[in-house]
Structure formats: structure tokens, C-alpha cells
Design a protein around this ligand. Structure first.
Ligand code: GRF
Length: 204
């Protein structure tokens, strides 16, 4: 399944997906890494790995989200992309874009959704005093950080944790669960039942 990874930054999740996809048996082929920022660190890492890269600068569109997305759609079509994995992509997609890619658009978020959607999740988890935190891979629906959950991983919040220490603990889990979830989706193992994702071959 020809897959694009959309990034805005350093691309450590992208790197984890690229590493998994190096296995010929992995069901997703990473056919494109697309960034909305020319200075995203992940672009160089993708190029080093021999993966085609593209930049569609969101800045150039000055709030014209539909125009920005139309430009992205052209690049995705050129590369015959069938599946999109958001990996630290810091642009909110319009409901139109999300609807067009329904069931073929996946995201990773650094919290145990529905807790802590949005930004600064590690800081907010510490401030809230929760003992468990983590990450979620989910199908994207119109709301920000909403949509059927595919997999989650939990980590403890430890006494004296800083946001950076907690982020590192969570990131390790992100790199483990995202390749697994993308493989399920690319292999056609995910179906929706009453708005929830059911993955074939995993315990309900
Ligand atoms: C990750 O924490 C991801 O969950 C969030 O943004 C961060 C991106 O990190 N959506 P990276 O670019 O994958 O290293």
C-alpha cells in the first residue's frame, strides 16, 4: 500500500515507520515523505533513507487551508498515494480533506486520548497529577485528535518527572505502536463497527 508520511518537524516517528517498512514483508510501502515546512529535520532523514520527499509550504498559503490542501492533494496524486500517516504534522486538516481520506488517514498523538487532545500534553499530564500517560494511534475524523483508536500504550508518570523526561518515555512507545498500527491498516485488518475500530486478529 503506497503510503505518505506527513511531517512538520524532526520526524522520529517517521524514522520508526521507515525502519519498519524496510522489511519486505511490511504491508505499507513508504512512497513519499511530505512536509509543510522546508526546514523540517525529518526531510533530510527521509532523503538519506532514499525515500522521495516533497515540501508544500503551508506558510505560503496564508490561512487558505483549502488551497494548501489542494496543493498537497496534487503531490499525493503524483505519487499515487493510497494511505496517509500523520507523524508530527502540525496543521489541522479541513473536514473535506479528512472525509476524502476517511479510513485511510491515521495519526499519532502523545496522550491517552480522549485525555489531553491538543498541544503540550506532557506538561498538562504532569499538571493534572495523572499517574498514567501515553500515546494513541487513531484514525482521523473531523475533530482535532479525535477518531477511532487503533492502539494505545501507557507509561507511568513518575515523581519529579519533567515534561521532557515524560515525553522521552512516551516517545519510545510511539515508535513501537505506530509501525504496528500502520501495518494493520495497510494490510486491511481494520474495520469500523459502531464507530469504533476493530482490528482483525487482536483481542477486542
Ligand atoms: C510526537 O510526539 C507525536 O506524537 C506528535 O508530535 C511528535 C512528533 O515527533 N504528534 P516526531 O517528529 O515524530 O519526532
Amino acid at each position: 500500500t503506497r503510503t505518505a508520511i506527513l511531517i512538520s518537524g524532526r520526524g522520529s516517528n517517521m524514522a520508526a515507520l521507515l525502519a519498519a517498512a524496510r522489511d519486505p514483508a511490511y504491508p505499507a510501502e513508504i512512497a513519499l515523505v511530505l512536509s509543510n515546512r522546508a526546514d523540517a529535520g525529518g526531510l533530510a532523514r527521509a532523503a538519506e533513507a532514499g525515500v522521495p520527499t516533497a515540501v508544500v509550504e503551508s506558510r505560503g498559503f496564508r490561512g487558505d487551508r483549502a488551497g494548501f490542501e489542494a496543493a498537497m492533494e496534487r503531490v499525493l496524486a503524483e505519487h499515487r498515494i493510497e494511505l496517509i500517516a500523520l507523524a508530527g504534522f502540525m496543521r489541522v486538516l479541513t473536514p473535506g480533506f479528512v472525509a476524502r481520506w476517511e479510513g485511510r488517514l491515521v495519526n499519532i498523538h502523545p496522550s491517552l486520548l480522549p485525555a489531553f487532545p491538543g498541544l503540550d500534553t506532557h506538561e498538562r499530564a504532569i499538571a493534572a497529577g495523572v499517574r498514567l500517560h501515553g500515546c494513541t494511534v487513531h484514525l482521523v475524523s473531523a475533530g482535532v485528535d479525535e477518531g477511532p483508536v487503533l492502539i494505545q500504550a501507557a507509561v507511568p508518570v513518575l515523581p519529579g518527572d519533567t515534561p521532557a523526561a515524560l515525553a522521552a518515555r512516551v516517545l519510545e512507545q510511539e515508535h513501537r505502536i505506530y509501525p504496528a498500527a500502520l501495518a494493520w491498516l495497510a494490510a486491511g485488518k481494520v474495520r469500523l463497527e459502531a464507530g469504533q475500530a476493530v482490528v482483525e486478529g487482536t483481542p477486542a
